[in-house]
Design a protein around this ligand. Structure first.
Ligand code: DGT
Ligand code: CA
Ligand code: CA
Length: 582
């Protein structure tokens, strides 16, 4: 069983308990377990097979979760999950995916009207059956119908996989193929190589001595659920997670051309092909050929393919036909940010709020990544469900940070924790801590956690008002979207960015795989407006710090350079920017 399936059990248990109106902390513990499991790189199934006890070493997984993981792996099911489904039908869970329908409302809709799915809900709204329910009216019916339309759009896109599902699985598969005798080159292509926020299927290319043997080996990978097709040079499988993987074997002389072709995007390829045509060349997945003589002029290396059409090599993240070909032609491609440029994380949760790792564990992990600093940014009190800090507990966090820093200084270690908090931006645009408390913090990360349905004007004013206070350093997950789950709230991003520039606030690129917020298009806008970007992870577990890779590659899709990134600065410069404004 794949970690994704195990996490799904915990997410559903959490939803079902919430619909029933159970204790929010119990709800949260299952939700956190799902988050932790999704962030693991090791397969739980293999851990349990080898040494069940070692589950205890995973931070954030307590005894009762531990037992449930074993139960799910051993029996392919979970008793608690089944029991809950007897009380609340599966279809009611679907209602939660409609924006504005929380667990309490879903429970009410089910109990009062027997609504068991989005289809039922749509019919009830159209039949004006909702307006008589407590707390609802005509307007709520209209709102729900609009939200159902959004839900349908999201559902269509949720057949795609998050990067955090596709990327580690593709990596594992590639390692497996590389080890096989006779395999020479292995490379991922497609949307994964372009680091799109979601991936439809994984495309892998190889060169090898004997293609048929490689295809045979490919379909024998232990994570394969189903072999869709297997030919001499091509095969397709579906993994246990549901992810489809295509493999193609190529001749060495065509590998670069195939890599270029299968990396896409399709519209980038079309633009390159048109360009080749104008130059009297023909381009295909086999190579670049002279239109007149048919002679092959390039194909072995991707660089050569671009050179043949008069262009420098273009980073895969840029290949969306969004001006990259023109920029390449002018010699004006961006000098893209790299993972090794990142010097620290500015959005991290510890056990002081809803994180699963202690401040010390997080600091250890950050040092292991070669970072210079990390801001500890636990939630403020408004986010009660996440055990947000009141000002008294904030003092404890601050003294905790100071204690860790003193210890590091004694040992002569240069790494520093930064005093921070993820402060809720209230509906009226004020921050959820007093000025006195805010003054004690070096890194105030502000975020919207409720009231998502405001009008665009109100939301824009709410956020800008927070910037005007002068206390905000970073605006976290600026649009609030959750990929495949929640559409962004309505906000005028241009105005928010202009204000960010004016008040020296950085905008976050939240690297959590379901957020990736800002997205590529917004990042490009931020860059054009000269707004600083903070590539943070929002880690709720030490293992989540690795999510920075998704952030960095999303930043590259937004044409972001090192100079645009706040946490690519060294500690001293960072502290100056936090103090003075970016
Ligand atoms: P995905 O899988 O939906 O996330 O997106 P991609 O980009 O990986 O698309 P996929 O797997 O259908 O095909 C891989 C690449 O192959 C695609 O990015 C570009 C190239 N390709 C596929 N079909 C065509 C086509 O009809 N024309 C051209 N020029 N390129 C194509
Ligand atoms: Ca693909
Ligand atoms: Ca494909």
């Amino acid at each position: 069983m794949d970690n994704v399936e195990i996490a799904r059990f915990f997410n559903e248990i959490s939803d079902l308990l919430e619909i029933k109106g159970e204790n929010p902390f119990r709800v949260r513990s299952y939700r956190n377990a799902a988050l932790v499991i999704e962030g693991l790189t090791l397969s739980l199934e293999s851990i349990v097979e080898k040494d069940e006890k070692s589950l205890e070493d995973i931070p954030g997984i307590g005894k009762s979760i531990h037992e449930k993981i074993v139960e799910i792996i051993r029996t392919n099911g979970c008793e608690l999950h089944e029991e809950l489904l007897k009380e609340v039908p599966q279809g009611v869970l679907e209602l939660l995916k409609v924006s504005g329908i929380g667990p309490r409302k879903a429970g009410l809709l089910y109990k009062k009207l027997g609504i068991q799915g989005v289809g039922d809900l749509e019919a009830a709204a159209k039949g004006h059956k909702l307006r008589d329910l407590p707390g609802m009216g005509e307007r709520s019916e209209e709102k729900i119908l609009r939200a159902i339309e959004d839900y349908k759009t999201i559902k269509a896109s949720s057949l795609r996989f998050k990067l955090s599902v596709a990327y580690p699985r593709a990596r594992g598969y590639i390692e497996y193929l590389k080890k096989f005798k006779g395999v020479v080159q292995v490379e991922a292509a497609g949307s994964l190589r372009r680091w799109k926020e979601t991936v439809g299927d994984v495309d892998i290319l190889v060169t090898c001595r004997e293609a048929a043997a490689v295809m045979e080996h490919f379909v024998k990978y232990p994570d394969v659920k189903e072999v869709v097709s297997k030919g001499e040079t091509k095969a397709t499988v579906v993994l246990k997670s549901g992810l489809q993987v295509d493999l193609r074997a190529l001749e060495k002389k065509s590998f670069g051309a195939a890599l270029q072709y299968f990396t896409g995007s399709k519209s980038h390829n079309i633009a390159v092909r048109d360009r080749a045509k104008k130059m009297g060349l023909k381009i295909s997945e086999y190579g670049v050929f002279s239109g007149k003589t048919g002679e092959m002029v390039a194909g072995e290396k991707e660089e050569d393919v671009y050179r043949a059409v008069g262009l420098p090599w273009i980073a895969p993240e840029l290949r969306e036909n969004m001006g990259e070909i023109e920029a390449a032609e002018r010699g004006d491609l961006p000098d893209l940010i790299e993972l090794s440029d990142i010097k620290g994380d500015l959005h991290v949760h510890s056990t002081f709020s809803d994180g699963a790792s202690t401040m010390e564990e997080l600091a250890e992990a950050a040092m292991g990544m070669g970072y210079e600093y990390m801001a500890v940014t636990d939630h403020s009190k408004a986010v009660g469900i996440a055990h947000g800090l009141d000002e008294k507990r904030l003092e404890e966090v601050i003294s905790g940070v100071e204690a860790v820093n003193r210890r590091l200084e004694k040992k002569g270690v240069g790494f520093r924790l930064i005093k921070g908090a993820e402060v809720d931006i209230r509906a009226d645009g004020t921050l959820d801590f007093s000025e006195g408390a805010l003054k004690k913090l070096d890194c105030v990360v502000g975020a919207v956690h409720s009231g998502f349905t405001m009008t665009m004007e109100d939301m824009t004013r709410r956020i800008i008002k927070t910037m005007e206070t002068g206390y905000l350093n970073v605006l976290a997950h600026p649009t609030g979207r959750l990929i495949g789950m929640r559409e962004p709230y309505e906000v005028d991003m241009e105005r928010v960015m202009d204000a960010a520039k004016e008040y020296g606030v950085a905008l976050e690129l939240n690297s959590f795989p379901e957020r990736l917020d800002l997205n590529d298009a917004h990042l490009r806008l931020a860059k054009d407006k000269g707004v600083m970007v903070a590539i943070s992870t929002d880690a709720h577990h030490a293992g989540h710090l690795d999510y920075v890779i998704y952030g960095v590659h999303t930043a590259r899709r937004g044409w972001i350079e090192k100079k645009n990134v706040l946490n690519a600065r060294g500690l001293k410069e960072l502290m100056r920017l936090l103090k003075r404004g970016c």
